[in-house]
Design a protein around this ligand. Structure first.
Ligand code: DGP
Length: 110
């Protein structure tokens, strides 16, 4: 989608060093890391949020990538987050899963 920053990353219009990539998914480090490990996993196809996913295969592809990333990095304890909507903290309206790790993570979140 034009003017979507994550579409530009997915299309390599913005140079990115992927943490993981296949034909459906790309993962890269968050620009504003909230933990020593902070990776974003996104579908290459533009979908604004989890509410807008039509084919749930997309979620399978994303979580398949999450599993591969944490396995490859030997991360045993981590949090996955999907913010949906402004009030829940979504600032980029292209679906993404945050992977956070490398420090104790508070629960419940703020
Ligand atoms: P959220 O607030 O859940 O929509 O998360 C969006 C995240 O995306 C936020 O942690 C900052 C990150 N981010 C925004 N723009 C860029 C960018 O251009 N590059 C990278 N690597 N991360 C970005």
């Amino acid at each position: 989608m034009t003017d979507c920053i994550f579409c530009k990353i997915a299309n390599h219009e913005i140079p990115t060093t992927p943490v993981f990539e296949n034909d459906k998914v790309i993962a890269f480090n968050d620009l504003e890391p909230q933990a020593p490990v902070h990776i974003l996993v996104i579908p290459k196809k533009h979908v604004a949020s989890v509410k807008d996913v039509e084919d749930l295969e997309m979620m399978k592809d994303l979580f398949d990538a999450v599993q591969k990333i944490v396995k490859e990095k030997n991360i045993t304890d981590f949090r996955t987050v999907i913010n949906t909507g402004k009030e829940a903290g979504q600032s980029v309206f292209h679906l993404h899963i945050h992977i956070l790790a490398g420090r104790p993570l508070l629960w419940p979140p703020g």
